[in-house]
Design a protein around this ligand. Structure first.
Ligand code: PGA
Length: 277
């Protein structure tokens, strides 16, 4: 099989798309899907070899969740950009897992570099979120990646090691829930995010191999082999094919190029072709 873990295309909207714009996005997606997606896509979605996730800002999540539930084709799942590890309490400005469960959400993003850079997220808080969310039954996309200075200093592998060791739940060792794609890792080199400087397929594959080895050390061969690792950082419909062609790249976490329905559909089309290759 070309992609043993299938392909996951996740669109991180960041702080873009109001509730009304979210409705427009879904309407256009639905209207254009049949003509924009190749014939392989239907089968790929049905067999879950291809998955589409959108990650709207918190205030648009409810609208997106409702529209996603009504959507027939393409099937779209919705993730939250940030979720607190406690289920309730005195945490002004935060959102809890039960609030999102009530909307039907099953996915959450954890540890995005913008959360680390601007909002004080650390490996420790990423671990608390990952651990709590997995226990609450969410699927988690955990983001890791080095800065430009760290890459230039030859520290990519040590940074990824620190982030993975620091952010993965200790007690989840060998747990069955890691065997079915419940945990997804996103390798997002900070220097590639929003800069137009995509990692080359060779750079991405090298980092993904490092991550796969770290997962192996932590959870064993089988869990490591089943954990999808996405690449993120200036992915576009033009460069996604070469990234998806890498053995250890199991999908993409895309910001800017996922915001418009036609861009998102083009990424899904590439994902469908990659699963059938
Ligand atoms: P970008 O963002 O595709 O706009 O570089 C990716 C991300 O931050 O997830």
């Amino acid at each position: 099989m070309a992609k043993p873990r299938g392909v996951l295309i996740a669109g991180n909207w960041k702080m873009n798309h109001t509730s009304a714009e979210t409705s427009g996005f879904f309407a256009t997606l639905r209207a254009q899907a049949e003509k924009s997606l190749p014939s392989q896509a239907k089968k790929a979605f049905e067999s879950k070899q291809l998955q589409a996730v959108v990650i709207p800002p918190m205030f648009s999540v409810e609208k997106a969740a409702k529209l996603a539930q009504e959507m027939i084709y393409p099937p779209v799942q919705v993730a939250a950009q940030n979720v607190h590890w406690e289920k309730k309490g005195a945490f002004t400005g935060e959102v809890s897992g039960p609030m999102l469960h009530e909307l039907g959400l099953k996915w959450a993003l954890v540890g995005h570099s913008e959360r680390r850079q601007f909002f004080g997220e650390t490996d420790e808080t990423a671990r608390k979120r990952t651990e709590s969310l997995l226990e609450q039954g969410f699927k988690v996309i955990l983001c890791v990646g080095e800065t430009r200075a760290e890459r230039e200093a030859g520290q990519t592998s040590s940074v990824l090691t620190r982030q993975i060791q620091g952010a993965l739940p200790e007690k989840a060792k060998g747990a069955a829930k890691f065997l079915d794609g419940t945990l997804v890792i996103a390798y997002e080199p900070v220097w590639a995010i929003g800069t137009g400087l995509t990692a080359s397929p060779e750079q991405a594959e090298e980092a993904h191999q490092t991550l796969r080895k770290l997962l192996w050390d932590r959870f064993g061969m089988e869990a490591s082999g089943r954990t999808p690792i996405l690449y993120g950082g200036s992915v576009t419909p033009e460069n996604v094919d070469s990234l998806l062609a890498c053995a250890n790249v199991d999908g993409a976490l895309v910001g800017g190029a996922s915001l418009k329905p036609d861009g998102f559909l083009a990424l899904l089309a590439a994902g469908a072709i990659a699963t059938a290759r």
